[in-house]
Design a protein around this ligand. Structure first.
Ligand SMILES: O=C(O)CCC(=O)N[C@@H](CCC(=O)O)C(=O)O
Ligand SMILES: [Zn+2]
Length: 339
């Protein structure tokens, strides 16, 4: 196939959705960029000889199969690489997390894959557990080269609408500080808020962060919609920033955070049993403020009453399995200008 139409490995998404393996697993563009199919939904891109800037960039989407806007964005970036329009100077691993859930347009098939990392998949079995294991191995291999900068953006969209549309969750690990420079980069990528975690996590970004010392983020980019219906999800600023990182032509980042809103987790609401009741309407958006004294949830004799000043709720979801997070109570870390 000519480069005008792009190398056929640029069709990672089409191949993955069709459940097809490419006949040719390695292809090289005319400028020496190497594309390698690793397994279903996994493609490695290497810069041409002598152009590698020493950065390993992991771009993942589709960990939840019905969160399609970021999958479409990665598809656009990869196709531009395969056409020779974008010339990477960083190694990139493209991962489409849960192909079967993507084909069915569902969040997951058997269980939420974004609760199966950092060792959790070995405690269970089934389709998503095997895939989480495979993704961890792919990432471990990708991040095994020494003395390189490691960056992971795990891209999502949310079940509910959000008062703050684009936001990041920044994992936590003992002894590490959240990087101001990375937060400035998020701001430059059109992310409006960041939520700092304060305990170890079991999500995909928490795995890269803790197990491979990558700078890693879950990015929430709008509301989840089916393929082809994402005109209302604006990822343009992030897409331009990723292109700039890939080509190593990023405009200089500001030294201080200007408009990024910073929150930290006050408490996670963990559903204990099927008696769990959440006292929030389905249309309450992420980041909605909750008044002090508000009875947020009950589970048998356990009650979650808001005691925090200026608390907000994100990801309220009473339909998770017992033992899993049914919402996060967050509070602002610094004075908020526009809230
Ligand atoms: O909208 C929701 O309720 C969930 C959206 C979503 O999938 N969010 C991620 C966040 C991952 C993290 O905490 O870093 C998730 O719940 O897996
Ligand atoms: Zn998600």
């Amino acid at each position: 196939m000519t480069e005008q139409y792009g190398l056929s490995l640029g069709k990672l998404l089409e191949l993955t959705l069709a459940g097809r393996e490419p006949a040719e697993k390695i292809q090289v563009t005319s400028s020496g960029i190497r594309l390698q199919w690793l397994s279903e939904g996994a493609l490695l891109v290497k810069p041409a000889n002598g152009t590698d800037a020493g950065i390993d960039l992991l771009l993942s989407a589709g960990i939840h199969g019905n969160e399609t806007a970021p999958i479409e964005m990665l598809d656009r970036l990869l196709k531009r690489i395969a056409r020779g329009e974008i010339k990477p100077r960083v190694r990139i691993l493209f991962l489409l997390g849960n192909p079967e859930a993507m084909r069915r347009n569902v969040r997951f098939v058997e269980q939420d894959m974004n609760r199966l990392f950092n060792g959790k998949h070995v405690l269970t079995s089934g389709f998503e557990a095997q895939r989480a294991d495979q993704l961890e191995r792919l990432v471990a291999h990708f991040f095994s080269e020494p003395d390189r900068a490691r960056l992971h953006y795990d891209l999502h969209t949310a079940i509910r609408g959000s008062a703050i549309e684009r936001f990041a969750l920044y994992p936590w690990s003992e002894g590490r500080e959240h990087s101001q420079a990375e937060m400035a980069r998020l701001e430059a990528a059109g992310i409006d808020a960041v939520l700092l975690q304060s305990k170890p996590g079991i999500t995909f970004s928490a795995y890269s962060y803790a197990a491979h010392q990558a700078e890693a983020f879950t990015l929430e980019l709008g509301k989840a919609r089916p393929f082809g219906q994402n005109a209302g999800v604006d990822v343009s600023q992030l897409e331009s920033r990723l292109k700039a990182i890939i080509e190593q032509c990023e405009p200089e980042l500001p030294q201080t955070l200007e408009r990024l809103k910073v929150f930290h987790v006050s408490r996670e609401i963990i559903k204990q049993s099927e008696a769990f009741r959440l006292h929030l309407a389905d249309d309450v958006a992420n980041f909605s403020p909750l008044p002090e004294g508000y009875l947020l949830a009950e589970d048998g004799s356990q009650k979650w009453i808001v005691t925090e000043t200026d608390a907000r709720i994100i990801f309220p979801n009473p339909n998770v399995r017992p033992g899993l997070r049914a919402g996060i109570l967050i509070v602002p870390t610094k004075a908020l200008d526009n809230s």
